[in-house]
Structure formats: C-alpha cells, structure tokens
Design a protein around this ligand. Structure first.
Ligand SMILES: Cc1cc2nc3c(=O)[nH]c(=O)nc-3n(C[C@H](O)[C@H](O)[C@H](O)COP(=O)(O)O)c2cc1C
Length: 209
C-alpha cells in the first residue's frame, strides 16, 4: 500500500489555484491507483505552530535525555515527521508570496527538518549532514503566482525563491525527486490566466498518469 500526503498552503478557499490543481492531481492519481491512501493537511488554514525556545532546546537534546516536558514540546513535530516518513508521494500546493513560500509552509518545514529524525549531523564527518528520510519519495509541487515567467529559463526565474528553496530543503532531508508545475498570471486574469491554468491542468494530467 502506498500513501500520498497532500499539503495545501494557500489560505484561500475556492479562489485558490493551487488548491484546485492539487485536488485535480490527487483525484487523477487515486483514480488510476485505487490502492493509494491519501493523507491531507491544510497548512493554509491550520498551520503548525512556530518554533519556540523550548522546542529548540528539546530538539537538540539527545532523545534519551529528554524530559517528559521536552517530549511534549516535540509531539507535534514528531507526528508530522512520522506522517512524512510514511508518505511515498507528496503533493504540495504552494502560492508564491513575496517571491518565496508562504509562512504557513515555512512553519511546517521548520517542524519536519529535525536532527536525528530527518537529517543526521556528525561534526567529525567530511560531510556532516546526511538525509535520513527513506529513499524513493517523490514530490509534486504546484506553484501559483500573480505574474508569470518564474519557471526555469523564464524571464523572472532569478526572482523565484520558491523552487530553489524547496529543492534545497527537501533535498537536505532526502526528497530529491521533485516535479514543479506552474500556474501564472493570477493578477492579470482573463485569457492569460485561463491559458496558464489550462496548461497547468494538462501538465498535472501528464504527471499523474
Ligand atoms: C501576500 C501575497 C504576496 C504575493 N506575492 C507574490 C509575488 O511575490 N509574486 C507573484 O508573482 N505573485 C505574488 N502574489 C500572488 C499569488 O502568488 C497568486 O495570487 C497565487 O495565485 C496565490 O495562490 P492561490 O491561488 O493558490 O491562493 C502574492 C499574493 C499575496 C496574497
């Protein structure tokens, strides 16, 4: 049995393009693979908490030395990490906010990038960092933007802090098989938006097949 983890990071409801596209992707994926279990997390509406001093102290204390209070401080993070470890396929809906990812998704990432759980650290090693997630996970990332041309070799690619950041941080913990789908022109509307949406849904259909 395989598990798909769907993460939506837009705070918008029916007006969200990323939500429409992740729903399209997951619907197609599951229709073609009825054995797949879907886990859904709405980061846009219910983001995980930001990190605290207590969380940081707990995360960087060896597990055997953690107090019950420290374990409680890490409970949300541990649950999110367990969920991620159990997922074979990730589908992320990511609005571009101020050229980067929305804070709701960053709050999630801060909870799941964990020393000893999703990456290893060895100060003596030539390369101190090791990804710890089980190999073979795939991630499909749907990005929506108000302008357009942020994708590789587009005119605004240098401004895109979404794709390089997600490739870096997800690769750091062991997810390096990523596909990005872009929808653009939300700010312009009209044909420019509808053509971009149609192309994104076509790409979703290809990737989900
Ligand atoms: C706070 C905020 C910041 C945004 N920043 C950018 C930006 O830097 N570049 C851009 O092209 N669009 C930007 N947009 C437009 C969104 O990326 C666009 O509306 C996108 O469709 C949002 O995703 P959604 O439709 O899933 O909600 C911004 C929108 C908001 C609300």
């Amino acid at each position: 049995m395989t598990t798909l983890l769907q993460l939506d990071a837009s705070p918008r409801g029916p007006r969200s393009h990323t939500r429409a596209l992740t729903e399209d992707f997951v619907g197609r994926w599951v229709r073609q693979r009825p054995e797949v279990t879907v886990t859904y997390r709405d980061l846009g509406v219910a983001p995980p908490p930001h990190l605290t001093e207590d969380w940081i102290a707990a995360a960087f204390t060896e597990p055997a030395r953690r107090t019950p209070r420290m374990r409680a401080d890490l409970a949300t993070s541990d649950a999110l990490v367990d969920e991620l470890i159990g997922a074979d396929v990730l589908v992320l809906g990511v609005p571009m906010y101020n050229f980067g990812i929305p804070a709701m998704l960053k709050a999630y990432i801060d909870q799941i990038v964990r020393v000893g759980r999703t990456f290893g650290f060895d100060a003596e090693a030539e390369n101190p960092y090791t990804p710890l997630l089980p190999a073979g996970k795939r991630a499909f990332v749907i990005v929506s933007t108000g302008d357009s041309g942020y994708q590789a070799d587009g005119p605004l690619t240098a401004l895109n802090q979404v794709e390089p950041y997600l490739r870096t941080v997800l690769g750091f913990i062991g997810i390096d098989e990523l596909e990005f789908v872009y929808v653009g022109n939300d700010e312009f509307g009209g044909d420019r938006l509808s053509e971009s949406l149609a192309a994104a849904h076509d790409r979703v259909a290809e990737l989900a097949a």
